[in-house]
Design a protein around this ligand. Sequence first.
Ligand code: FBP
Length: 322
Amino acid sequence: MVVSSGMDPGGTRGLSRVHRHLGGEAKTLNLSKYISLRVINVDAYQSVGIRRRMKRFFRRDGRALIFAMDHGFEHGPTDFEPVWEHVNPKVIIKKVTRAGVDGVMMLPGIARVAADEVRGRKGLMIKLTSKTALRPRDGQLLQSQLGYVEDAIKLGADAIAATVYWGSPAEDVMMRQFAEVANYAHDLGFPVVQFAYPRGPYINEKYGKKEDYRVVMYGARAAAETGADMIKTYWTGSKETFAKVVDAAAGVPVLLSGGAKTENPLDFLRVVSGVVEAGGAGAVVGRNIFQRENPEPMIKALLRVIHRNEEPEDAAKAEGLL
Ligand code: FBP
């Protein structure tokens, strides 16, 4: 198996550590002697691996509730101040897995600390790009690579994620990062998740806001075109417009990116209900879970909406949120 993305003629940009260490040589070497794979029919093996790993997130209904916690890096620890004990990843991961989420998403460093708490039949998603909110303004439209596909695999990842800010002045860098992660992860049988977040000056100028459905569906399509196996993106404000996003993704499952905590839990449950009615595959949720004193009723209500098609009001009442 010759591993070469062909996307980087200079030779060492790929997210594979093996690529990096071997530099240009990796283009012509049989890497199976470096990574203990004896693969005869790569295509057959990789599709089975991707399918099996996707099932660790999605139930038989094809939907999932995934807990997100990259916020300590992406927004800073102040995001945890509403419920400070949740700054400890072990504490919050224990709570959310007990409450029944289908998967957990984190960056490699926190996975080293807390991935052991992701017990039972739950998917572990490791994200390989991020940025801090401390960067100067002109760097905020770039997510940088902070780990390698091999790191995620060593941490037990079932899926590998990376962000692309479509429309950003740094779109080219993130698009290449994503394509290289996807190529390598797919070679090894791992599904890849794209956080497809359109943002940038041109978007604001032309569409007014990044949540305009024309922009969100463009990002979802671009994610599908770049080989994503799951797409995470913004709510567009209505189920009719979100249905277009789902259509544009051409069969790749689309998950909601949670957003800021809503004061009234019902407001968030209504959004998630709109997502599933529109054909969305569920949600990846951070603040609407960990910024609540007791995350369990919210998680259980979300699971009712996502997996049992319950009305948001009924789900909220059943879990004592109203
Ligand atoms: P939330 O549910 O808290 O919005 O988490 C989802 C998420 O994508 C996180 O993974 C990430 O840290 C954050 O949102 C990105 O937020 P922003 O829109 O401020 O970049």
